[in-house]
Design a protein around this ligand. Sequence first.
Ligand code: ATR
Length: 284
Amino acid sequence: MKRAYHLGIIGHPVSHSLSPIMHRLAGEAAGLDVKYEAFDTSPRELGGFFDRMRTGWLDGINVTVPHKLAVIEYLDGLEPEAARVGAVNTVFRRGDKLIGDNTDGYGFLHSLRENAGVDPGGLRVFMYGAGGAARAVAFALAGAGANLVIANRDGGKAIKLAEDVGRAGGAAETADWNALNLIDSVRAADIIVNTTTVGMKGSGEGALPAMQGIHEGQVAADIVYRPLRTPFLQAAQARGARALDGLWMLIHQGAASFTRWTGEAFPVEAARARLLAELGESNS
Ligand code: ATR
């Protein structure tokens, strides 16, 4: 008898999520009977969803936009990472309790190490953005010993994030999104990360400032994966930097969730090939 897991993802909307494809593939690879569904759940349906989950209906879920913060009040506990970041992307069971975890930061850090071959410890990282995704990335980078410079269109959010990272023992300062000398901060970085939604398919207009500061020898990482080669990554590559696309982060956060639920390894390379095909991209 194969071990059976009933899993899923909640978001709103969620129909474009790649998670069902990669977790079903992982289930097959591990010889498990995995049912992974996408649950389009509106904010006012969240309470009912978790009441039902508590009855044993589901073994685990991923959580995506816009519920990563809102789900916390329905859970019985948080792993330290989720508590630090203040957001949950994975829910699992511990006995009869529902526990929230956050594997986004791990996913990003692991993609940097495994797929770009860079350990950020002691390096300077310039980060565009201070939203929800930025928080997970910032805590992971700071926890790994990176020195962060955070710039966000809404500067108040950058200051808040830098303060939170500092309180957690990390090194983070801010730079002014609109300042002429922002280019100096970009130039001085070893790694440049876009955590904003700028460049994401369907997200409208918007541009990242000071990209002229990017140069050879740097790593440019985007957490956006639709399109795979974002305008930011294209510009960075044209300026001689190495590019790390956001699909690797998606895969590694999924891998950590899958292992958390099942205890089994996740087929990273096979998932990459499958998702590239799904996105209509060739392997790179
Ligand atoms: P997520 O959970 O995906 O991080 P979010 O919390 O809404 O989503 O954060 C979106 C990020 O993209 C923020 O840093 C946001 O900047 P603001 O805090 O100033 O809103 C950034 N962002 C979105 N659209 C942008 C644009 N057109 N120009 C610059 N930054 C933008």
